[in-house]
Write a protein that binds this ligand. Sequence first.
Ligand SMILES: Nc1ncnc2c1ncn2[C@@H]1O[C@H](COP(=O)(O)OP(=O)(O)OP(=O)(O)O)[C@@H](O)[C@H]1O
Ligand SMILES: [Mg+2]
Length: 354
Amino acid sequence: MNNPKKVTIKNLTKVFTSNKKEVTAVDNIDLEIQPGEFVCLLGPSGCGKTTTLRMLAGFEVPTSGNIFIGDKDIANLTPDKRNTAMVFQNYALFPHMNVYDNISYGLKIQKRPKAEIEERVKEILKIMKMEDFANRVPSQMSGGQQQRVSLARALIMNSEVLLFDEPLSNLDAKLRLHMRDEIRKLQQRIGITSIYVTHDQAEAMALSDKIVIMKDGKIMQVGSPKEIYQKPNSEFIAKFIGRANIVKGVVVNQDSNFKDIDIYGTIYKVESDKILNIGDSVEIVIRPESIITNQPGHSGKVVKSIFMGEVHEYEVILNNQVIEICVHSPLGKIIKNVDEILDFKFDNLAMHII
Ligand SMILES: Nc1ncnc2c1ncn2[C@@H]1O[C@H](COP(=O)(O)OP(=O)(O)OP(=O)(O)O)[C@@H](O)[C@H]1O
Ligand SMILES: [Mg+2]
C-alpha cells in the first residue's frame, strides 16, 4: 500500500450549462483531507456531492480551482493518471466477466506480469473473504457480494485515494449496516484516504472521521460526527443531523465562556465562546434526548405520548412551540399522557447557541 496521501481542494467550482441556463453545482469550495482520513460528503439531493467526487476522480473538469493529492496538482490529469479509484452505487462490474477477471482488469490494462496479477488478486480476494467466488459472474451473486467485488477492484489498484458514491444505497437495510462496518474496518486496516458520498446521515456518522455538510454547492460545516451533532453552526445543520429543538432565549449575564440564558423565565448556564452582549436574543439547539422530564423548569401540555420500547417519545407545547422530547429506558419512569401537563428542563451541558 502507498503512503496515505493528503487531499487538498482549493476554490473548486463547477458550473454546468444546460438549456442555456447555468447551474453552479459546486461553488468555490475549500477542503483539506488528512492522510488516511475517512471523510463523508453529506447533504440534500442536488447539493453537489457527486459533482465534487467526479472532479476528484477526473470524470468532470472543474470550471476553476485546484485539487492536490499530496503536493501534486491533479486537476488537469485524466482519470487513469490520478491514482484514485472509485466505487459506484451500481457496482459497474463487467457482467460477462467472472470475479477474477473483473478484479484483475485494471492490472491487465497496466500490463503487469501474470504472476504478479495472480498473487494480488488472491490477496485481495482473501482480504474481502471472497476466495470461493473467483469463478462466478455478477449475475450469480447478491448485491452485497457484487459490491464487495467492486470494492476489491478499486483496492487492488493500490490507489492513493478511494472515492465512493453512495455505494450501499442499492442494498437492503441489514446488508447496508453490515457492509458499512466492513468498509470502515477495511479502510482503517489499510489506512487509505477515503472520500465517501452519501445522503444517509447515520451512514456518515458511523463511517467518518470528518463529515462535510454541503448545501447548494457550498460547504456549510466540517467537523467530526460529534462536533457536527453537538455544535451545529446553523439551524440547517442542526435539523439535518438528527432531530433538534430550536428555542429562543435572552442573554442575561456572561462570564468568559459561560452565558446565562433566560428561556421563558428559567435561567440556564450555557458554555459558548460566542461574543454576545447582555440583552441579545439567541437561538439554542437542544436535542430531544437532552431534555430531562419530571423536573421543575418548564411545564407544557402533552400533545403526543408514544411508548416505543427503548424510548418514550413526547411532543409538548411550550409557548406555542412544539418541543420534541425523547426519554430513554422509559420503563418504571413517570409517563404523562396526551392532554396532561409534563414538567421538564433542558440539560444545560447539552445546549448549544447557534
Ligand atoms: N451534467 C450535468 N449537466 C447539468 N447539470 C448538472 C449535471 N450534473 C449535475 N448537474 C446539476 O448540478 C447540481 C449538483 O448535482 P450532483 O449530482 O452533484 O448532486 P448530489 O449532491 O450528488 O445529489 P444526489 O444526492 O441527488 O445524488 C444539481 O443541480 C444537478 O442538477
Ligand atoms: Mg449524487
